[in-house]
Each structure stands twice: as structure tokens, then as C-alpha cells.
Design a protein around this ligand. Structure first.
Ligand code: PGA
Length: 253
């Protein structure tokens, strides 16, 4: 029996038309298990957020893939936390490695976004993870611990508990290469240890830490069997309704 309610989050990235997104929602909406058993979130394109939120049933959460940290301002093309909550958004993904790599996000902006998300009562999922180079140099834990410390700067205990963390080794994203369950669990343990040093174990034991990187219906169970892996952040395998439902169902067992 898991200590924490598992989370299965799909990250649709820049995929799906509005019609595809609607067809998906209608197929999975009433089939996802109760929120007390597993929390299901879909991070979708911001232009479909409102459409999907209007149709989401009680057990499915729709979230944004990004947000700006400023309240408002001259930031062409960006979306604020206030704009997200104004249309009923409850969840947001922050600091995905693709955002860090292609859109110049840093540990500092990730921290500012996390602070802003909490100030607006959005539930954030923040991503951390090392490159292949860092892993091969044997510096994974040091690197990820540093990302966590910087991301949580100024975050209260109450808000730390509400934050979901996703550990996604960059070399495993979209490559078909998954970290072994043991390796993923070891790094996640080190993340939990860092959170314990920051907030104490009454907080760190409550924070959900997910694994992400080439998770699919075949490998999810062995990942979830590990002591500290509380769910998954899934890209490719979350795009198909059947495969998404298989992932979600695996988390209930
Ligand atoms: P993937 O993506 O499951 O396609 O590897 C995971 C992610 O980027 O969140």
C-alpha cells in the first residue's frame, strides 16, 4: 500500500488539435478512477484549456504546461497565473526540461513561477532532472538536489506539501530509454532527503514525487513498485486514450 496517493500526469506538449483533444476527453472522462485512488492530470495546450476544463468530470484534472511568474505586464505571448485561474485552471507544470532547454528557463525563474503558482492557489508540478553528461560524470544526485533547493527557495511548508515534483532525466525523455526502476528510485530518494533537510520528514513524506521519461503501459508497474516513486509524468504514451487509461489503471493496483 502506497503512503501517498499516486499521480498520473499526461504532458501533451505541442500535440493534438482541438478536435483530437475533445475526442480524448470524451473517451477517458468517466473511465478514470476516483481521485482518492489516483490523481489524474492532463497538461494541455493553453488554447484548449477552457474547452477541456468545461468538460472535465470530477476525477480528471486539466492543467497548463507553463505560466509566467509576473502578475501582468509587457510579456508578449505569455500567460499569467491569474489568467489561468480566471478560466478555472487548477494545475500547472513548471520547469519542464524542454522549457529549460529551448526557452531559457533557469532555476531562478522556476522558483519565481513556483512562488507565483502558490500565491494563486494553483497546484504546481515542478520538473527536475539531469543530462546524460551529468549522469555519466556521477553527479546526478548533486545536480538534482541543487535544482530542488533552488526551486523551493521561499516556499512555505504548507505550500511545499501541495507541490508535486517530477524527476525526469533528460536523456530518458522521448528517447525510449527509461532509467531502471532502482536508479529512478535512488534519485527520487535523494530528492526526498533534500526536501526533508529543508522542511522535516512530516513534510517530505507527504510530497508526491513522480518519475518521467519514456514511461509506457509496459514499464509503469515496475516503476510504481518502488518505495519512493509516487506516479509518473508521461509524454508520448499519454497521447492515446487507451494507453493513458492503462497507465492510470496500473497506478490503482
Ligand atoms: P516521454 O516524455 O514520456 O515522451 O518520454 C515525458 C515528458 O517529457 O514529460
Amino acid at each position: 500500500m502506497k503512503k501517498r496517493i499516486p499521480v498520473i500526469a499526461g504532458n501533451w506538449k505541442m500535440f493534438k488539435t482541438r478536435d483530437d483533444a475533445l475526442a480524448f476527453i470524451y473517451q477517458v472522462n468517466t473511465k478514470v478512477p476516483a481521485i482518492e485512488e489516483v490523481e489524474t492530470i492532463l497538461f494541455v495546450s493553453p488554447i484548449y484549456l477552457r474547452t477541456l476544463i468545461k468538460r472535465q468530470e470530477d476525477n480528471l484534472r486539466i492543467g497548463a504546461q507553463n505560466m509566467h511568474f509576473a502578475e501582468e505586464g509587457a510579456f508578449t505571448g505569455e500567460v499569467s497565473a491569474n489568467m489561468l485561474t480566471n478560466i478555472g485552471t487548477t494545475h500547472v507544470l513548471i520547469g519542464h526540461s524542454e522549457r529549460r532547454q529551448y526557452f531559457a528557463e533557469t532555476d531562478e525563474t522556476v522558483n519565481q513561477k513556483l512562488l507565483s503558482a502558490h500565491a494563486h492557489k494553483l497546484t504546481p508540478t515542478i520538473c527536475v532532472g539531469e543530462s546524460l553528461e551529468t549522469r555519466e560524470a556521477g553527479k546526478t544526485n548533486e545536480f538534482v538536489r541543487n535544482q530542488i533547493k533552488k526551486a523551493f527557495k521561499g516556499i512555505s511548508k504548507e505550500n511545499a506539501i501541495k507541490t508535486i515534483v517530477a524527476y525526469e532525466p533528460i536523456w530518458a525523455i522521448g528517447t525510449g530509454k527509461t532509467a531502471t526502476p532502482q536508479d529512478a528510485n535512488d534519485t527520487i530518494k535523494s530528492i526526498r532527503q533534500t526536501l526533508q533537510e529543508l522542511y522535516g520528514s512530516s513534510v517530505s513524506e507527504k510530497i508526491r514525487i513522480l518519475y518521467g521519461g519514456s514511461v509506457n503501459p509496459k514499464n509503469i508497474s515496475e516503476l510504481l513498485n518502488e518505495s519512493d516513486i509516487d506516479g509518473a509524468l508521461v509524454g508520448g504514451a499519454s497521447l492515446n486514450p487507451q494507453s493513458y487509461l492503462e497507465l492510470v489503471t496500473a497506478a490503482v493496483k
